[in-house]
Design a protein around this ligand. Structure first.
Ligand code: PEP
Ligand code: MG
Length: 324
């Protein structure tokens, strides 16, 4: 099967209607980086930095981190890497941190909430990223932003880190792009200034879906109960697309669903132009995108909704039977 996808590795994910979707990969370890060339991904849409913290038994030093980030950028050979700042708490617990006894960790003190309340580690990480860039362009994204103020505060931490590096006479990245992960439904209704100020938005679909349906992503009993292709969830994604378009803000989707070909073509059809997924999914997703007309899929989705359907899946599966 991989061979079948190798033939399209260097071809664009261009649909029959002419629209091209940008496909990126998710990563978290140095060992993932060789897949960047092998998979045909345009860049790393999500680099989960917490894995480096999780595989150690003590807090990594700033110098270790900056050396690592530098090596990641070396291996990426000029392709964009979106470094997500530490996303710990909930399902990702650091062995060397005092565990917090929370009844609902997924709704608890995690990700940017920890980063803002106890900013020592976030500051150290931002400094490591700024130094690791060694004058190259840097992309940073903040996880689990649930309200505008959290983004503003996180960005302020980054601005302070930049100013500090400047004061110390250190080289700054050639450019710095700052994004936010949208993983709670609240952000679809965020004030316009959020979409105006953020330089890109990345939908963390795993968490977004978990919170939209109030269904634990780790709980097999409830996880599969709610379909991504339900009209309600697609409408939420559509709203985020509209909010981003209104402000001219680039949007990507980086949850597991981006790597599922049928889901991926539906996201693309409703206007998500960048998808980030595990490297092995790039071939299958690209292959299906190249076979379909996204305008036709958008029409199917509209019709399904107008006719009162609860899900678009049957209509899409029917459409797919008709293509080769
Ligand atoms: C997500 O929530 O969809 C996401 C990409 O982040 P993670 O899976 O690491 O929580
Ligand atoms: Mg997440």
């Amino acid at each position: 099967a991989q061979q079948q996808f190798a033939s399209i590795r260097d071809l664009p994910a261009q649909a029959r209607c002419g629209t091209t979707i940008s496909l990126h990969m998710n990563a978290g370890l140095m060992a993932d980086l060789p897949s960047l060339a092998g998979s045909g991904a345009e860049g790393v849409g999500l680099f989960r930095t917490e894995l480096q913290f999780l595989i150690r038994n003590q807090m990594p030093k700033r110098s270790e981190l900056s050396a690592l980030y530098s090596r990641v950028l070396d291996s990426a050979k000029g392709k964009r890497v979106a470094f997500r700042t530490l996303d710990i708490g909930s399902d990702k617990v650091l062995p060397y941190m005092k565990p917090t006894d929370e009844p609902n960790p997924a709704l608890g003190w995690r990700a940017i909430r920890v980063g803002l309340d106890k900013p020592g580690v976030l500051r150290m990480q931002l400094q490591a990223l700024l130094r690791g860039a060694k004058g190259r362009p840097l992309t940073v994204m903040f996880p689990f932003i649930a309200q505008y103020e959290e983004f503003a505060a996180a960005r302020n931490e980054l601005d302070k880190a930049i100013a500090r590096e400047e004061r110390l006479g250190h080289q700054l990245p050639a450019s710095i792009e700052v994004g936010a992960m949208v993983e709670t439904p609240s952000m679809a209704f965020a004030p316009k200034r959020f979409f105006d100020e953020v330089e890109f938005v990345s939908i963390g679909g795993n968490d977004l879906k978990q919170f939209f349906y109030a269904a634990d992503r780790e709980n097999e009993r409830v996880r599969r109960r709610y379909d991504t292709l339900n009209i309600s969830f697609l409408s939420l994604i559509e709203r985020i697309v509209e909010r981003c378009n209104e402000s001219g803000t680039p949007l990507s989707f980086c949850g597991e669903d981006a790597g599922r070909p049928v889901e991926a073509i539906c996201f693309a059809a409703i206007g998500v132009r960048t998808l980030s997924m595990r490297p092995a999914s790039i071939g299958p997703v690209k292959s299906l995108i190249r076979k379909v007309n996204l305008e036709e899929i958008a029409t199917l989705i509209r019709h399904a909704r107008d006719s009162g359907a609860t899900t678009v899946r049957p209509a899409i599966m029917e459409y797919l039977k008709g293509i080769s």
